[in-house]
Write a protein that binds this ligand. Structure first.
Ligand SMILES: [Zn+2]
Ligand SMILES: [Zn+2]
Ligand SMILES: [Zn+2]
Ligand SMILES: [Zn+2]
Ligand SMILES: [Zn+2]
Length: 621
């Protein structure tokens, strides 16, 4: 590898930023949303950085991503792909800042802010010992997303209410490498105070009992004032997943947006949205927008811009938080309904259109699947595009639909007009259950009772999470129908990955469940231009599907943890599953859009006492 080209210095950036940027360059754009998004920490060699808010990114070269339906749901004008670092132009759009501040030296054991080590530029070294420094393994955070250095001084000077550093001593950090236990991590101070290990520091009230409060800091946002915060601060491992949970949303691109005039205008919309009809027509002529597009006129372009502008005005006009949350909920429901409608209808390939959504029924008849397996429809989704967006993130606890506004950590100082996103393309199979058979099945008292038990546990958890905030607790989606569709998706993903050789993590589910919807989309999609792994569509050919669905149901009828698993009345961390565990139904987290909760194998195959309560019990005979 040749030398790194010289970089232009940018205002306000420490010299280490260039190093970070070079490393950030090794991070794929999609990871800047899924793994290393705004507010997340990135370990770079022996240093650690925090990804800055989107308002400090240089997005001049960040491509626009169009997905109007999702933009309306989230109340923004549009999406941008995170800027990709480009070593040639010495640009790195995504900014990062050093965090945590506290480092220690494994040789002299000093524990202090990084700058006090006088490390040579471009390295992270103790200038006394020439030893590589180690960033603090521990940080402090709260459920409102605030983040700060672990309060080592206050921890070791237990209960001392003076300012940090009030003794004038030098802190030390010693870890006995022979064990990973917190008891082996000893914090000391040269003032002579007794050494204290970090044992017990992860207890819920451990820091609060020492009078330590959250100071409401948001170091990922430039110039963010500290917020008043009453939440108990918690100790977290810097590298643990609970430091950063992304809050992502996604939508499939469906007609009319995915093709025709809407798709043609989408990449230019930002240039056109503030223009009048005459200027739009000039733009169309100069940019040769309609070259090879005999179907459309410049009037069509004007109409499309106006249509979209009207829709956007409604979506992004300022409203209060309650109204925004309600509207987001409505849009989300509409989004899924729109997809469900599109998936249920043939959208064949059209050589004249540049399509993002192609979906057709299989050529062979699905009669056998209908009569013996209760499927009403199978669609082969030959082409799909999905846009995934980072809206916010959480710390300490996983996101919940009951989260109050306060828990939704901001990704910029002001409410953003755009959100970071990436698009993936792929293919999948859509299955719809026979509504009549479903209706009589879901009224069975045993299934109703099982679903009710999960729903009650779920709603108890949701209202605990909403706490005493004004937010209305959202209802749990757990119904017999939802549990059945969810178990079906998981068992098919398991089967296809074992049988078809796809890594399970590359297959995803999307569930369409409410009174008028009963469908499952199983798909694979990547941001790779090479497209998906291919072959998933073939799993939807009726003969093959009948075989794999039967095999999946057989597999689901037995778990290596049975009889325990099958008899379980409430499994999983919060008792949000019934008969489901890691040995049978649970999937890698990337595959499941529902956090691996609300799963019950008995919906598919019944219980040992009564197999007939399984939706598919006939198929197993
Ligand atoms: Zn040292
Ligand atoms: Zn001291
Ligand atoms: Zn806080
Ligand atoms: Zn199991
Ligand atoms: Zn799932």
């Amino acid at each position: 590898m040749g030398p790194v080209p010289p970089r232009t210095r940018r205002r306000g950036l420490p010299s280490t930023a260039a190093r970070t940027a070079r490393k950030l360059g090794e991070i794929r754009r999609a990871q800047l949303i899924t793994t290393y998004g705004v507010g997340a920490m990135i370990a770079v060699e022996n240093e650690s950085f925090l990804v800055r808010g989107i308002d400090s990114w240089d997005i001049s070269e960040a491509p626009f991503i169009s997905e109007p339906r999702l933009a309306w749901q989230l109340g923004v004008a549009g999406f941008r792909m995170p800027p990709a670092p480009d070593t040639d132009s010495a640009r790195d759009g995504v900014r990062a800042v050093r965090f945590p501040e506290m480092y220690s030296c494994p040789t002299c054991h000093q524990l202090q802010p990084f700058r006090k080590f006088n490390s040579p530029t471009g390295r992270a070294e103790c200038s006394t010992c020439q030893e590589s420094l180690v960033p603090s393994r521990f940080v402090m955070a709260c459920t409102h997303g605030h983040l700060e250095d672990f309060p080592y001084w206050k921890w070791v000077h237990r209960g001392n209410r003076t300012e940090s550093g009030g003794c004038g001593g030098q802190l030390t950090f010693q870890a006995d490498g022979s064990t990973a236990s917190l008891r082996a991590v000893q914090i000391g101070c040269s003032c002579g105070v007794e050494k204290v290990s970090l044992e017990g520091s992860f207890r819920r009230q451990a820091l609060r009992e020492l009078g330590i409060r959250c100071s409401g800091r948001r170091p990922w946002i430039k110039d963010a004032a500290a917020e008043v915060c009453q939440e108990p601060p918690r100790t977290l491992q810097r590298g643990s997943s609970s430091v950063w949970f992304p809050v992502m949303h996604s939508a499939l691109s469906i007609p009319p947006w995915s093709q025709g005039i809407a798709k043609l205008v989408a990449p230019h919309y930002n240039d056109l949205k503030d223009e009048d009809a005459a200027s739009i027509k000039v733009y169309v002529r100069i940019r040769k927008l309609l070259l090879h597009r005999p179907k459309y006129t410049d009037e069509d372009v004007v109409a499309e811009v106006e249509r979209r502008r009207a829709a956007e005005t409604v979506a992004t006009e300022p409203v209060d938080d309650t109204e925004a949350a309600k509207r987001a909920g409505d849009y989300r429901r509409k989004l899924y309904e729109g997809e469900y409608r599109s998936l249920s209808k043939p959208h064949p390939e059209d050589a004249e259109e540049d399509q993002e959504f192609v979906c057709v029924p299989p050529v062979a008849s699905i009669d056998a699947l209908r009569t013996s397996l209760g499927l009403a429809q199978v669609m082969l989704v030959k082409r799909l595009r999905e846009v995934r967006v980072l809206q916010s993130f959480r710390r300490v606890e996983e996101p919940s639909p009951a989260d109050s506004q306060l828990r939704q950590a901001a990704i910029s100082l002001e409410k953003p007009s755009w959100l970071p996103a990436f698009e993936v393309s792929g293919e999948g199979v859509f299955l719809r259950l026979d509504p009549e058979r479903l209706r009589s099945w879901e009224e069975q008292p045993e299934q109703v009772a099982r679903a009710t038990r999960i729903r009650e546990n779920h709603e108890r958890l949701l209202s605990a999470r909403a706490g005493d905030s004004d937010k209305q607790v959202p209802p749990s989606p757990a119904t017999p129908r939802f549990l059945l569709l969810h178990a079906l998706a998981h068992t098919l993903i398991n089967e296809w990955s074992l049988d078809g050789g796809y890594p399970a993590a590359s297959l995803r589910e999307r569930l369409y469940s409410d009174e008028d919807m009963a469908g499952v989309l199983i798909y694979t999609a990547t941001s790779d231009s090479a497209g998906s792994l291919g072959g998933v569509v073939a799993q939807g050919e009726p003969d093959r599907l009948a075989v794999s669905l039967r095999a999946a149901l057989h597999r689901a009828s037995w778990c290596s943890n049975d009889p325990l698993c099958m008899e379980s009345q409430a499994s999983g961390a919060d008792s949000l599953n019934m008969a489901a565990c890691h040995a049978c139904l649970l999937l890698p987290e990337t595959s499941c859009e529902n956090n691996n909760i609300l799963l019950d194998r008995a919906t598919l195959i019944g219980t040992p006492e009564d197999q007939s309560i399984g939706f598919f019990h006939d198929a197993l005979r």
